[in-house]
Design a protein around this ligand. Sequence first.
Ligand SMILES: [Zn+2]
Length: 276
Amino acid sequence: MASEKQKLKVLITVKTYPIPSKKYDELVCTAGVTESGDFVRLYPINFRDLPFTQQYKKYQWIEVNAVKHEGRDVRKESFRPFCDTLKLIGEPIPSNPGNWSERAKYAIAKKARSMEDLSDQQRADRTSLGIFRPKKIHDLVISADDPEWPPKFLQALQQQRLFERRQKTLVPPRKVPFKFHYCFECDDPRCKANHRMMIEDWEVGALFWRMVDKGASHKEASEEVREKFLNELCGSDRDTHFYAGTILAHPTSWVVIGVFWPKVQVQKTEPPTLFN
Ligand SMILES: [Zn+2]
């Protein structure tokens, strides 16, 4: 039975770096939360092909008609959007004041305790998206990766785009020649404190290429990514949470698809009295 078309209202919280894909052209994972804090994944969306009036930003509400995915993608939150129905609603929610309170209302409304809990949910009901607060972030590890996309992906992509005469996106997304992993532990007695999860946030690739375009070497640009994603986003003044998602081909493998990093709330304490 075909699934029914629904109108979704989604606060976009995650965009991953584009990957050329044979089946879906350019695969970007766009995810967000509904007004009740439930996670939704929208794909395929060829983000770079969207007209400017539909190019959503992070923490912007959108409305779109969509159907549940069927067949290969059985992940709980996956929807196929009808991109011509996509509408932006207002401006993105600002991060100010520093505690991101308006964003937090939705983004962490249904947060998980740990990766252990998310893995349990994945087994129970095919949960494939979530957010949690790591107890301690140990490191951000940089390692070398292929400098090019696999040739067969690129050929398929080029042929399809030439056929569709899509001038705007004939050039494939640039391949980042590094992988970045967060090493962390969760706030859960079951945690073995040895998580190592790849970071697929769009901003990783975007920052890397911004630095290279300004004249940095690849190595310098990768160090800049580490500086930003470890020392700034996970600094001691930040209440850092990770958005996590599973990979379609490996439903039990999780990656970090975004970071939620409001300022730590300073607790107001009563001034000490003279008599204690
Ligand atoms: Zn853990």
